[in-house]
Design a protein around this ligand. Sequence first.
Ligand SMILES: *Cc1c(COP(=O)(O)O)cnc(C)c1O
Length: 332
Amino acid sequence: MPDGERDPWLLTPGPLTTSATVKAAMLRDWGSRDSRFIAINRRVRERLVEIAGGEESHVCVPLQGSGTFAVEAMLGSFVPRQGKLLILVNGAYGKRMVRMMGYLGRAFATVAAAGRRLLIDAMSAFGALPLDARLVPFDAVAASSNKCFEGVPGIGFVIARREALAAAEGNAHSLSLDLHDQWQAMEKNAQWRFTPPTHVLVAFDQALAEHRAEGGVAGRGQRYRANCKLLVDGMRALGFETLLPNQLQAPIIVTFRMPADPRFVFERFYDRLSEQGYVIYPGKLTVADSFRIGCIGRLGEAEMKGALDAIRRTLAELGVASGAPAGRAAIA
Ligand SMILES: *Cc1c(COP(=O)(O)O)cnc(C)c1O
């Protein structure tokens, strides 16, 4: 394991562990104007709209780049230059949108108001938690290839209400992030405006086939919830405490408070887990001293139990009796 016999399991928010078949899909080269590649591109776009329940009303505009590119493209394309955006900041990515609006030079507010048009960053939920255009009347939702869809990183996409996208012509501040232009070009000749990430797209197509085979959003969400429960129960048994109570915890990534035991040195904990083939995610949260462990990607019961075993071994090595955070009695 430590010497590259297998890839590490990525218990992170992304990039994530992908299946062997998704990786294998990248072993071929594709001409971007070849009819077979064009057919794959069409299939991916249509399937994403279907998953969002938008067949009657929405289109999918994919874009080169990570999820952030899709979010910035969504804001730049949908908020008119004289328009104003209300940002519901519930974490780091809301703060990132505030920064984007600074770059775009557009007005925004972060106080709630009613009866507005809805733009959603569903990056870490779309594909595993339900979102239906017939129930939630969004103008656009941004997500990416490599989170709950378990593709490889490199494509962001926006699922947009057709009329809203048509009305977005001329809004964008940027040629490469202009969703209206990308859409128009793709509608005209079914091709990307600039070099498409061909290998990422065919891997995404394969990942979507596997998503469907698993039972779509319901099946994927079920596996992630089972992963999350195994993880949380196992960590609590070791004394660790989650930042959030169960009723607020989404089955995507779990934040744990840093243990109080002075023998717990996070860098050593992280490195030892990584050497055993389990990559977790250092916390950057300002609200609490914490670290995170993801439940998404091509991981199941065996990998979650393996991670818990590795955590148990590592605590013993470090001489840490309990993962309990400060302010709690250690379970010695
Ligand atoms: C991951 C994530 C992003 C950023 O996506 P990148 O692919 O890292 O650019 C934005 N918003 C949310 C909610 C995310 O989970």
